[in-house]
Design a protein around this ligand. Structure first.
Ligand code: IPM
Ligand code: MG
Length: 370
């Protein structure tokens, strides 16, 4: 059946291809059982692309991503590409896609599912029921600011420098995403910067405050310095609903928040662009975990973050809420039944590999669809 849903799969390196394989099986299942089909493309990114083409991502792949309705990304990087130089590092694949497709809003949920409450290093009473959403700006700030570089000083020393900068427009558009999400959740947004030290943070706070007053009177907006936010996330994470922050602080705080759940292997993410005149938006979905070279090729990686990233893709890019919820429920049921990959293994549970976990999700979906 011809499909109007164009999906580009970019598995990447390490465990990326292994966990992506489980999503492929899920896509086959949807075709068979839900009569939903996708036009699938697949290509190289990261180290795999360096090996095949000499660069972490080719222009042709960027164009394929631009043409697709959604991109499902795996993970990139590994020790074998560490020596290729800063301009050829595998990570440039994801940074290039964010920049070229204008994917400015990175949504990183940190959710503690009941069956996994014991997987956190924090006490169950601190994290039980946790459900926070970090909205990280992803195309600006110090990641992309100019000037940047390493220069040699007159005395022969070197100086490395980067620039943190945010414009009104950049701040407003990511804050809107956070406010809109909060409106469908608990209606609370905490905006995070270092307005006590950085001008870019001061402007951030002013712009977010003005936007909330102008357009979002029903949102409860608070502000927090980034260092305090890190501390509060560990002290009492459930005080947060939606957090909105810049690129670098978002990178740090989202790693921190993901570990509150104790299961990095479980968390999906979405990175969204602006909605265009035709109602279309570029979007990329990826698990929060990296390429995990230490366990790659062993068939033991947890495929659930990649599967849940696909569920997010259905929800945000295709408005397929019902299917997304079905997949999320299937993942929770499988965990509740006691199956665990190594990363979330607990006493009394059955340890399974990537493939068996993927299979169990599909069997659970079969049950739900019956
Ligand atoms: C992330 C990653 C990336 C980032 C790397 C791979 C460039 O850490 O998505 O959080 O720093 O943004
Ligand atoms: Mg990161």
């Amino acid at each position: 059946m011809a499909s109007n849903k164009n999906l580009l799969l970019l598995p990447g390196d390490g465990i990326g291809p292994e966990v992506m394989h489980e999503v492929r099986r899920l896509i086959d299942w949807m075709d068979r059982r839900r009569h939903v089909s996708f036009n699938l493309g697949e290509d190289y990114v990261g180290g795999a692309a360096i090996d095949a083409t000499g660069v972490p991502i080719t222009d042709a792949v960027v164009e394929k991503a631009r043409a697709a309705d959604a991109v499902l990304f795996g993970s990139v990087g590994g020790p074998q590409w560490d020596s290729h130089g800063f301009d050829k590092r595998p990570e440039l694949a994801i940074l290039t896609l964010r920049r070229e497709l204008g994917l400015f809003a990175n949504l990183r949920p940190a959710i503690v599912l009941d069956p996994l409450v014991g997987a956190s290093t924090l006490k169950p009473e601190v994290v039980k029921g946790l459900d926070i959403m970090i909205v990280r700006e992803a195309t600006g700030g110090i990641y992309f600011g100019e000037p940047r570089g390493i220069e040699t000083l007159p005395d022969g020393q070197q100086r490395g420098f980067n620039t943190e900068s945010y414009s009104t427009h950049e701040i407003e558009r990511v804050a809107r995403v956070a406010f809109d999400l909060a409106a469908k959740r608990q209606g609370r947004v905490c905006s995070v910067e270092k307005a006590n030290v950085m001008e870019s943070g001061l402007l951030w706070r002013q712009v977010v405050t003005a936007l909330a007053a102008r357009e979002y009177p029903n949102i409860a907006l608070t502000h927090m310095y980034a260092d305090n936010c890190a501390m509060q996330l560990v002290r009492n994470p459930r005080q947060f609903d939606v957090i909105v922050t810049g690129n670098l602080f978002g990178d740090l705080l989202s790693d921190l928040a993901s570990m509150l759940t104790g299961s990095l292997g479980m968390l999906p993410s979405a990175t969204l662009g602006a909605v265009d005149a035709g109602g279309r938006r570029h979007a990329l979905y990826e698990p929060i975990h990296g390429s995990a070279p230490d366990i790659a090729g062993k068939g033991i990686a947890n495929p659930l973050a990649q599967i849940l990233s696909f569920a997010m893709l259905l929800r945000y890019s295709f408005d397929m809420d019902e299917d997304a919820t079905m997949i999320e429920r299937a993942c929770t049921s499988v965990l509740a039944s006691g199956l665990r990959t190594t990363d979330v293994m607990a006493p009394g549970c059955a340890k399974v590999g990537t493939h068996v976990m993927g299979e169990a999700v599909i069997r659970e979906l079969d049950k739900q669809a019956a």
